[in-house]
Design a protein around this ligand. Structure first.
Ligand code: ZN
Length: 262
């Protein structure tokens, strides 16, 4: 069920059908090579959430474009949100989702850079006495599908994996013929061993100065179909488990009681 497609009259019944679960698909707007659209991460997360919610009912929030992506600023079309706004806006949106009766919020990221922001956000919310529980999905299991279809080894951005999924869900937006047939984006590892042991502001830029990571040339819609199906199936299982979960909300409430000695 798509939040923006429901009428006000339909909303409460939808909340009940979803058992109070809302999926917030979080991406960014950033450069994805010459072949993929700027909204790839948000479009992918939203399509994945929508298909999983068709199998295991949940309300899907509209594609949310405001993740962290400073590392894309050197290419056209990127939108970079100021740091404090990232956290404030996300908290505001989650509070509003909850005010509408959805007390279990699933944060589903389609963008690698959000892997730092979202756990921090979830952790900070522990001390805020919210009346909802956040579930950050950080590990969808698509290992078997990857082994089955992928021909390349380096993945990360605008690669065989991501381009295949886009060829499956939005073929009309993918321009494979814009790729240079002689070139792919190999990691440069300019920091050498040090890069394995420390994290610097130039982490991504030092390895992938063209922002893209991997080789999209062997991408195909059929590979994308197999990968997407694995992701959807795992996410639907996770939504089901979240609906049944009482442990996280109880633990959160107990923590609050102990802090404030209620
Ligand atoms: Zn991407």
């Amino acid at each position: 069920m798509q939040w923006e497609e429901l009428t006000g009259g339909e909303f409460e019944a939808a909340v009940e059908k979803a058992a109070g679960v809302c999926i917030l698909p979080i991406g960014v707007i950033e450069y994805h090579g010459p072949h993929l659209p700027l909204g790839t991460d948000s479009l992918t997360a939203h399509a994945l959430a929508s298909e999983a919610a068709r199998r295991e009912p949940a309300i899907v929030f509209p594609a949310y474009y405001f993740g962290v992506n400073v590392e894309t600023k050197h290419f056209p079309g990127g939108i970079v949100i100021r740091d404090h706004l990232l956290l404030e806006l996300l908290e505001n949106v989650c509070d509003e989702i909850s005010r509408n009766g959805l007390k279990k919020i699933v944060l589903l990221s389609g963008h690698g850079g959000n892997r730092f922001l979202l756990p921090l956000f979830v952790q900070l919310m522990l001390d805020k006495g919210k009346d909802y529980t956040l579930y950050y999905v950080y590990g969808l299991n698509d290992e078997e599908a990857r082994k089955q279809v992928l021909e390349t080894k380096v993945h990360g951005h605008a690669c065989e994996y991501e381009a295949s999924i886009m060829l499956h869900i939005y073929p009309q937006l993918v321009k494979m013929d814009a790729l240079d047939p002689e070139h792919w984006w190999a990691p440069q590892d300019r920091l050498g061993d040090l890069g394995q042991r420390v994290y610097t502001p130039a982490d991504w830029f030092s390895r992938f100065p063209e922002h893209c990571a991997g080789d999209p040339r062997p991408a195909s819609a059929e590979k994308g179909r197999v990968l997407f199906e694995a992701l959807v199936s795992d996410l639907a299982d996770i939504i089901k488990a979240i609906k049944a979960d009482t442990a996280a909300p109880e633990a959160y409430a107990t923590f609050e009681q102990r802090i404030y000695r209620r």
